[in-house]
Design a protein around this ligand. Structure first.
Ligand code: GLY
Ligand code: MN
Ligand code: MN
Length: 420
């Protein structure tokens, strides 16, 4: 709160969302709200006022309601918000109109994200308008609205020891799920059976579930980057691309492995796989404080392009291909993103001068090079058509290098074939 330098901040976690008629999607708290409060019920608002003498942290929550709780589950209620969640004061969410404007009076700048929740935006603007119209009565409204991510997302970008420990747990459960999938995959099984096994492992081991829809893509489905249909039957020579990560306490892993339905990779699959693996290992080695985020991609890309030339997927020189960007036909995404409470986590990829972000201890990023050869790509050697490979690990920057959180998940061809 000290970083706010006075002022007030308002964070909301939304209502439950309707799935169909009177059925709701499972509720998952807003990541910023969860990071600040650890409160996992819907319909809540947190107000922070660092300079206030008594009520620095105020929560608005759903009130206790025996009948609603009988039907839909327990609520912390106003008292629980103070006793269990450490709020200095709490009110019912039904009393927002009555109390929230008072909490914002005379506080200076207001940290609030506009655009996420149109209803709340409208309410807030109404309160502000009423405050500004009463300046003659001595009411001072906020002196400006500030995007809270500027501070908060910088905090979320650098994980502390406790957060890293949660991410290690997410990685361990993800390892169990990927190992189970590698052992169970066989010709004739359906992609959704692997999905069930993976997502079931996440839950069985105490995770919240998948942190994003699990991608279980066999054969040419692996060339569709965000394939989530997971409906097809696996054929004998298929490779499965499994991109699945467990979420626990709000933090998700994000891991991809590729493994064959039969005992062995085909020669063409193995050729492509080795290129991607060399690129991935090289990029991971590059992760350390002082190197920039974008240089990790550049390192991965160079090794990938070298490998593509070696196996005849591209022609010409490395420099020519980097210049022409012809490699994009087979590698169309970037190598990394931040990872944390959101799979594509918050935090700027650029420093203040718009140069690439310099890595610091506590940052966590994925390393995920891939190669995807479309089934109908007549430019590619025939043996490679319809093969998609991605290898993805979660890497924390440490003071003297890096820690691969997901290092326990089999990755070499030999390790993977041994599990098949
Ligand atoms: N699973 C989404 C991604 O790899 O970015
Ligand atoms: Mn990823
Ligand atoms: Mn992924």
């Amino acid at each position: 709160m000290t970083a706010m330098n006075g002022g007030a901040a308002v964070f909301c976690t939304g209502p439950e969302k309707v799935r169909n008629r009177d059925v709701h999607y499972p509720f998952r708290p807003d990541s910023d709200f969860w990071y600040l409060t650890g409160f996992d019920e819907p319909d809540a608002v947190a107000v922070l006022r660092p300079d206030h003498d008594e009520a620095r942290y105020v929560l608005f929550v759903r009130p206790k309601d025996p009948e609603m709780e009988t039907w839909h589950g327990r609520r912390a209620g106003v008292e629980g918000a103070v006793e269990r969640f450490g709020a200095d004061a709490a009110y019912s969410i039904d009393e927002l109109d009555e109390h929230l404007p008072d909490l914002l009076k005379g506080q200076g700048r207001l940290h609030y994200r506009t655009g996420d929740d149109a209803d709340f935006d409208r309410k807030l603007l109404g309160w502000l308008q009423r405050m500004y119209s009463r300046t003659r009565d001595g009411v001072t409204g906020p002196t400006g609205i500030v995007e809270p991510g500027t501070l908060l997302h910088e905090m979320r970008l650098v994980k502390d020891a406790e957060e890293l420990e949660i991410m290690r747990r997410a990685a361990r459960i993800t390892e169990q799920a990927h190992r189970a999938a590698m052992s169970h995959l066989r010709p004739g099984i359906h992609e959704y059976e692997i999905e069930a096994l993976v997502d079931g492992t996440f839950r069985r081991e105490g995770g919240w579930g998948p942190g994003y829809p699990s991608i279980c893509a066999a054969g040419a489905n692996a060339t569709v980057l965000h394939y989530t249909t997971n409906a097809e039957q696996v054929r004998p020579r298929d490779l499965m691309l499994l991109d699945a990560g467990c979420e626990i306490d709000g933090y998700t892993a994000d891991v991809t492995r590729c493994f064959p339905a039969s005992e062995r990779f085909t020669p063409a699959q193995a050729d492509l796989y080795r290129v991607v693996l060399a690129s991935e290992i090289h990029a991971i080695e590059h992760v350390r404080p002082g190197h920039t985020f974008h240089s990790v991609h550049d390192e991965a890309l160079r090794v990938l392009v070298e490998g593509m030339l070696d196996i005849g997927l591209l022609s010409g020189s490395v420099e020519e291909n980097l210049e022409s960007k012809d490699y994009r036909r087979y590698y169309m995404h970037r190598t990394s993103h931040w990872l944390g409470l959101d799979v594509h986590d918050v935090g700027s990829y650029y420093d203040d001068d718009q140069s690439s972000r310099v890595l610091e201890p506590g940052m966590v990023l994925t390393i995920e090079p891939g190669l995807y050869v479309a089934e109908d790509d007549e430019q590619a050697p025939e043996a490679f058509r319809g093969i998609g490979i991605r290898i993805e690990d979660d890497v924390a920057v440490t003071p003297d290098g890096h820690e691969v959180l997901t290092a326990g998940i089999p990755k070499t061809i030999e390790e993977i074939e041994a599990l098949g």
